[in-house]
Ligand binder design. Structure first.
Ligand code: 4NP
Length: 162
């Protein structure tokens, strides 16, 4: 990867389940690839309802079992994020609609991506919200995010190498 730093922001509704997991998974991939100095990673929520909270304890537990460190504090998306970050990655169509509404200009809209676009296996077109469900929902979130984060990192690496 030749180019300067790339800044990634993962977004879900509450910033306590899906987006902090995406943040933790890609941080591990980036660390394993020795790319920490090239990629900045953060996450945020559409809602400010959980602001300041650590990730949901169920998400934290399932993530920890796979070796991920979920330690970010929830915060809402802010307008400056659309200028700071290069890619803003939502988890479902509702997140994408909300992000498009919040985007201050067309350049910001062009930075929006959906996480499942980076899946090789296109069986899912969104990362389902696990908040009101059981353990299988949290495991599915991790399965989808693990594959999509690898796809995203491959995409970034191929763009940067060209
Ligand atoms: P997340 O899950 O968007 O993946 O963080 C949710 C967390 C909280 C709520 C909804 C979804 N909530 O309604 O409080």
């Amino acid at each position: 990867m030749k180019q300067e730093k790339i800044r990634l922001l993962f977004v879900c509704l509450g910033n306590i389940c899906r987006s902090p997991s995406a943040e933790a998974i890609i941080k591990k991939l980036v660390q394993d690839a020795g790319l920490e100095s090239r990629i900045d990673i953060d996450s945020a929520g559409i809602l400010g309802y959980h602001e300041g909270e650590l990730p949901d304890s169920r998400m934290w537990m399932h993530g920890s079992r796979r070796g991920y460190v979920l330690d970010s504090r929830s915060r809402p998306v802010k307008t400056s994020d659309f200028y700071t970050f290069d890619m803003i990655i939502g988890m479902d169509d509702r997140n994408m609609d909300d992000l498009r509404r919040k985007a201050p200009d067309m350049e910001s809209v062009a930075k929006l991506h959906k996480m499942t676009d980076f899946l090789e296996n296109k069986l899912y077109d969104h990362v389902p919200d696990p908040y009101y469900g059981g353990a299988s929902g949290f495991k599915l979130v991790l399965d989808l995010l693990e594959e999509a984060c690898q796809g995203l990192l491959d995409t970034i690496s191929s763009i940067s190498d060209n």
